[in-house]
Design a protein around this ligand. Structure first.
Ligand code: SF4
Length: 317
């Protein structure tokens, strides 16, 4: 932005980004879909952290949630099914200056993308990972997903899912070099916002599982949870996610949990009688792959070519 000074010379002002700067195309998710709330929360974090849109990239795989890059006024990469994380890691490894946000779903991340989920989290590259978990394949119209509860009726299991769901939190907490594991719900905007903000501020992969409403194909699941806040356990700690009283008092069950205590995080994640919300685990000292592997990023194309030729010369007979 420019302004005219009294002496008629130009003055360059600091740029200030508004929510409009982060708006992309019109969101075409179904009315009442929880994805709308996640988009709004993410845009607010982008605005409040004043991230430059031209230095921010949203990356996704396939699924309803993976449409997010289209709706953000940043750069975006709508990739292939299950491949959001390798794309994000590739972007981050060559352009560590970019702010990378990953939008993926329970089918995209916890099923076809499982291998990438495990290894990308082990690499712990500095990015914000939002998993929109609605326990159903929504885009392809109601197939059982890895997190569909047992007995839940879908097109692939019309008499109900027959195997217990995967627990994304215990799996994630078991990955080597994990650094940030949080869980939230889409229908509590202050908690959603604060969780995404904390995940973004964290240096490393900020894994956030968002329990998300799909009112079209899994309405009963979200309604059951929304109607009974005693199903949740809100985790409090000075090092955890800070939310104001108006948002936290909706949850009658609360507990102090130090997020550096991995053993207790496991215990909380494995206890199916209560769904933990908040920061389960945080290790700000876990190494990031891009910091260990950045050799060559600053090299000129000429220097790279010379290095490549030198390597080939070693093979000369
Ligand atoms: Fe959202 Fe479900 Fe509609 Fe997909 S099908 S946009 S998850 S409500």
């Amino acid at each position: 932005m420019f302004g005219l000074k009294a002496d008629w010379s130009l003055e360059v002002f600091e740029r200030y980004f508004t929510l409009g700067d982060y708006a992309g195309g019109e969101a075409r998710w179904c009315p009442g879909c929880g994805d709308h709330g996640v988009l709004t929360a993410a845009q607010r974090v982008l605005r409040d952290e004043q991230l430059h849109p031209e230095l921010t990239v949203a990356v996704s795989g396939i699924g309803c949630s993976s449409r997010m890059p289209h709706y953000l006024g940043t750069y975006g990469f709508h990739g292939l099914h299950g491949r959001a994380l390798p794309l994000a890691c590739g972007i981050k490894s060559r352009r560590p200056d970019l702010d990378v946000w990953v939008a993926t779903g329970d089918g995209d991340c916890f099923s076809i993308g499982t291998a990438h989920w495990i290894h990308a989290l082990r690499y712990n590259m500095d990015m914000t990972l939002m998993v929109f978990d609605n326990s159903i394949y929504g885009l392809t119209k109601a197939q059982t997903s890895p997190t569909s509860p047992i007995g839940f009726k879908t097109n692939t299991h019309p008499f109900g899912a027959i195997i217990a769901p995967l627990n994304p939190l215990t799996v994630t907490l078991g990955i080597t070099n994990i650094s940030f594991v949080a869980q939230t719900v889409d229908w509590n905007p202050p908690m959603l916002y604060e969780t995404l903000k904390a995940a973004h501020r964290h240096k490393g992969t900020g894994f956030v599982r968002i329990i998300q409403r799909c009112p079209v194909y899994a309405d009963s699941l979200a309604k059951e949870l929304q109607g009974d806040p005693s199903r949740f356990l809100l985790l409090n700690h000075e090092k955890g996610i800070q939310i104001d009283k108006s948002a936290s008092r909706q949850f009658p069950n609360q507990q102090e949990h130090d997020p550096s205590d991995l053993a207790n995080a496991f215990k909380l994640a494995a206890d199916t009688s209560r769904i933990p919300l908040g920061l389960l685990y945080w290790n700000p000292d876990a190494p990031c792959y891009e910091d260990l592997s950045s050799a060559g990023v600053e090299m000129t194309p000429h220097a790279r070519l010379a290095g490549f030729n030198a390597a080939l010369d070693r093979l000369t007979i």
